[in-house]
Design a protein around this ligand. Structure first.
Ligand SMILES: Cc1cc2nc3c(=O)[nH]c(=O)nc-3n(C[C@H](O)[C@H](O)[C@H](O)COP(=O)(O)OP(=O)(O)OC[C@H]3O[C@@H](n4cnc5c(N)ncnc54)[C@H](O)[C@@H]3O)c2cc1C
Length: 911
């Protein structure tokens, strides 16, 4: 039906200028518009490359012939995997890809995105046409981001600065310089612009044709006019649920791997295999203007503050943006192909003022056509990639949040490596399906609220401490209300509410999502939590800097209590549990009961897939959250709550692939963690558990005991994440409030303070402890990140990643983490660029203010431009600087943590 009504629709909406549309919309509720995509050709009339008979088997089946499907097929072929089939229900590009605006920017506020975008520009600029003879339509007219306020320009300066670490050219221009570059632009109200000459646009038909031309030449198959109707799954002889085949209108293909690249249809394909695909389809649009004299060769423009973009379209402009009331699409029909929706001017008209304000001639220019299509959006505006934890062999490759062309090239490359090597090369955790909690991926309200907010805020300034207002209060631990009453300002992580910091300004509770006043909702007024978020809308020290400092200094000088109950907690038991622990964890787990071991987990390439603690436990006679009953060896694994899904999935996958007879029992929802840290922690706990001896001799660092506090059994583990004397109390939920209150009551004698994760982040950085997915990621090995001591390389025990680490050790490290400190007045946030003797050698992965040292502190990986070994001598001999928002400052390198390098405080020696 869609096809008959709208297919190939390209009639023009003549004689209507944006100014008149604004008036018309004001008078009438809805203004229907004809549609027309501004590309000279599309692939809607292409003939199928093969007869529609599916081959009986394939190594990989990709479903969906859009940007990401074609790119994945191409990159699999580049890795030598050509027994592959791409299945497309219509013709290539028929979904969202054919009508894309095709913009490719070079800079985004994420290092991974910048790397993916750099690769994309290389692919379309230097590779595809040379390789295939097909022009991907790359037009390199540059990009200009306009800033209407200081914070926005600061954000651009930050992006431009980190771009230097990846060789991305950019310039901050004054309003006058901008006017010279873009004479039709109104520059009277701007602070400045970021000009990125490498940006441009591509043609989707050319891009996908070039990719598939190359792949099919190498042996891959493309089946068009072929629909996937079923996914066959089953259990292997170990009981693991796996993909077995794909049913199509052209027959069944036996395959162990299916890649779901079906864009807005991806939830339908997921449903065929009972796999959750947490995305929301929405309508997204741009309009194409009539000819504009003088616009030729102008760069593309993003006016983030007005939430609009202007793309050069020959001698006209394509104009689009992000509104706060996008239209949701409830169901995506299978016969929707090369189709568009009528543009709802009531929704789109919000962009008119912004566009006309930025380029006034637009107001006098006619609209040639409108393009309104379906696109998929996710709860955090990042795509969904990687293997589904619930079904082995089912890979996600979808949900590109209106960036699927520019990110398609690089994402396809990483996805292909993921399939072939088990892991991508880049740090793709931000795209990995396992960044979401299993408890939320089926929650339609959460998906809708969060995806809406992420869409509406797509062009908002990305402040480092911002938090969502949508989809909150989904996972609360036992201490949530008590801490809320104490002024806790919560952060969200994996759906959990975890303490951010404690404000003296009173309660800051999180309310039901108000959709920012859209869809008939009333926008909240007097919203204290939102006010606290706004206090952080700066790239300088935020308003609560000193409040967080107080929490940090309490942990350093007295005692602080951190609620870490969102931690992931798992028991690993069963006949092969020791063998599994030996294989999965890099550290030696062959230790006596009572030991607690800090360890990494690696992938085959030696990249770090997590850092966590494992305690070797005795069974309980009767299973309890504190320990199950089991025979043989038992391990209690505790991992940072924000990455717990990833940690669990990594362990599970290895157990399945290596066929270890053991199980993981997840007690995350049944347990809390109260961490008591600081010089007074021993006295405090000793008073609460008088039967136990908390001395170094009786209770050494890295050990644990079951004890009774406030009438409840707890597991006390002597550990610290802040570099102080301290213990974590792992407690069943029903005991958490009693224990917390007993701790606070006793702690009052010692000046106890509540602390949140803002303080924990600063304290851990000051001490030099890593955060997984911050200064330690899957593209960093433990050796590079200074965690070689967690790897049992001196023993004979095999473990995952061992060979790669041995090789790296033998060859010498080509990149190494180092600590840098700066003047205390410098607000460091991460992504600042590091130079050694004037040459760029890296950037800060994580940076903050160190309150006890009273310095700016950051950790970054140092790498030489010639790729040779980075030695201690090389590190020590350099003169270092840090570039922050375009300004350069001196920095001092430290090969050891500058805070308590001999670990005296951890041992309780405070003299
Ligand atoms: C108005 C608009 C402007 C945009 N502008 C930009 C931009 O400037 N830059 C940018 O990078 N991105 C932009 N995007 C986003 C970009 O176009 C998309 O992210 C991208 O095209 C998505 O590609 P895909 O391969 O994931 O999905 P799609 O292109 O939708 O491909 C999915 C394919 O799966 C097929 N399929 C579905 N079900 C089945 C089945 N059962 N069997 C077989 N095949 C099936 C469909 O027919 C379809 O061809 C824009 C999007 C819109 C809507």
């Amino acid at each position: 039906m869609w096809r008959s009504v709208h297919r190939y629709s390209s009639r023009l909406q003549q004689h209507l200028t944006l100014q008149t549309i604004r008036c018309t919309v004001a008078r009438h509720c809805s203004q229907s518009a004809q549609s027309g995509v501004p590309y000279e050709t599309n692939l809607s009339t292409a003939s199928t490359t093969d007869a529609i008979t599916a081959p009986p088997s394939a190594d990989v089946v990709i479903i969906g012939g859009g940007s990401i499907g074609c790119s994945t097929l191409y990159h699999l072929a580049k890795l030598g995997i050509t027994n592959t089939v791409l299945i497309e229900k219509d013709q290539l590009t028929a979904g969202t890809t054919w009508h894309t605006a095709g913009l490719v920017w070079g800079l985004r506020p994420s290092d991974t995105d910048i790397e993916l975008l750099s690769y994309m520009r290389h692919l379309v600029g230097d590779v595809l046409e040379q390789e295939t003879g097909v022009d991907p339509g790359w037009i390199n007219n540059g990009g200009l981001f306009t800033a209407s306020n200081k914070e926005r320009l600061d954000e651009y300066k930050r992006m431009g600065t980190v771009g230097k670490a990846f060789g991305v050219e950019s310039h901050i221009l004054s309003p006058e310089e901008t006017k010279k570059l873009y004479p039709l632009m109104n520059c009277s109200d701007i602070y400045g612009t970021l000009y990125s000459p490498g940006d441009g646009t591509i043609d989707p038909a050319g891009f996908c044709t070039a990719l598939t031309r190359s792949a099919t030449k190498a042996g891959a198959k493309v089946l068009t006019d072929c629909q996937v109707t079923g996914i066959q799954t089953g259990e292997d002889d170990f009981g693991t649920h796996r993909v077995q085949g794909v049913e199509t209108s052209g027959g069944t293909i036996k395959t162990p791997i299916v890649v779901n690249c079906t864009g807005v249809w991806a939830p339908n394909i997921g449903a065929l295999a009972n796999v959750a695909v947490p995305l929301l389809a929405m309508k997204h649009a741009y309009v194409v203007t009539e000819r504009i004299e003088g616009i030729q060769n102008m760069p593309n423009v993003r006016d983030h503050d007005a939430s609009v973009y202007l793309k050069l379209q020959g001698d006209a402009l394509s104009i689009g943006g992000y509104e706060s009331n996008p239209e949701f699409i409830d169901t995506m029909n299978n016969d929707f192909a090369f189709s568009l929706y009528d543009l709802d001017w009531d929704v789109f008209s919000t962009h008119i003022d912004g566009n006309v304000q930025r380029v006034p001639v637009i107001g006098e220019t006619g609209i040639k056509s409108t393009v309104c299509g379906p696109e998929s959006f996710t709860p955090d505006h990042k795509p969904l990639l990687g293997e589904a934890p619930e079904l082995r062999g089912f890979y996600h490759g979808c949900a590109f949040n209106s960036s699927g062309l520019m990110l398609g090239g690089g994402s396809g490359r990483e996805l292909a490596k993921w399939i072939v090597n088990g892991r991508p090369d880049l740090d793709m955790y931000g795209y990995d399906i396992r960044r979401f909690s299993r408890s939320l991926v089926h929650d339609k309200t959460w998906i809708k609220e969060r995806s809406h907010e992420a869409y509406a805020k797509n062009y908002s300034t990305v402040f480092p401490h911002d938090q969502p207002l949508a989809g909150r209060n989904k996972r609360k631990d036992a201490l949530h209300q008590v801490l809320s009453d104490a002024g806790c300002v919560y952060q969200e992580a994996l759906g959990w509410e975890r303490p951010g910091y404690f404000t003296p300004e009173g309660k800051a509770e999180i309310r039901e999502y108000d959709y920012y006043g859209s869809y008939g909702h009333e926008a909240h007024k007097d919203y204290a939590y939102n006010d606290r978020l706004r206090d952080d809308y700066t790239f300088e020290f935020p308003k609560h800097h000193n409040v967080i400092g107080k929490e940090c200094l309490a942990a350093r000088n007295a005692v602080a209590v951190f609620n870490m109950s969102y931690f992931g907690q798992f028991y690993l038991t069963g006949p092969d549990s020791q063998a599994a622990a030996d294989w999965i964890f890099t550290n030696n787990l062959d230790k006596p009961v009572g030991s607690t071991i800090y360890t990494c987990m690696c992938n085959k390439a030696g990249g770090t897939e997590g850092d966590l603690t494992v305690s070797i436990i005795d069974p309980m006679a009767v299973s309890s959250p504190l320990a199950p009953s089991f025979e043989g060896r038992g391990f209690y694994v505790a991992a940072g709550g924000g990455v717990a899904e990833h940690v669990k999935s990594h362990m599970q996958t290895e157990i399945q692939d290596k066929r270890f007879q053991c199980q993981i029992v997840d007690v995350t929802n049944e347990m809390g963690v109260i961490s008591i840290q600081g010089p007074k922690s021993r006295e405090l706990l000793q008073a609460l558990a008088t039967d136990f001896d908390f001395s170094n001799e009786a209770f050494p660092f890295s050990s644990h005991k079951i004890m009774t506090i406030a009438g409840h059994q707890v597991r006390a583990i002597r550990l610290t994440f802040v570099g102080e004397l301290g213990w974590e109390l792992h407690v069943p939920n029903d005991a958490a409030v009693d224990i917390y209150q007993a701790v606070m009551q006793e702690g009052a004698k010692h000046g106890v303070t509540n602390g949140g994760y803002r303080a924990l982040d600063s304290l851990s950085l000051e001490k030099g402890y890593r955060h997984w997915h911050g200064d330690l990621r899957s593209d960093d090995t433990p050796l590079e990140s200074g965690l070689g001591f967690t790897c049992k390389l001196k023993m004979d025990t095999p473990f995952l990643g061992r060979e790669a680490l041995e090789k790296q050790k033998a060859e010498g490290l080509k990149r190494r983490i180092a600590c840098f400190t700066t003047d205390p007045s410098l607000a460091l946030l991460g992504m600042e660029v590091l130079r050694r003797n004037g040459e760029v050698v890296g950037y800060f992965r994580r940076a903050d203010h160190a309150f006890a040292l009273n310095k700016g502190i950051g950790y970054g990986y140092v790498q030489k431009s010639d790729g040779s070994t980075v030695t201690n001598a090389y590190l020590k001999e350099g003169e270092y600087t840090v570039e922050r928002m375009g300004e350069i400052y001196p920095a001092k390198i430290h090969l050891k943590t500058p805070f308590d390098p001999s670990n005296d405080r951890i041992k309780g020696f405070y003299e």
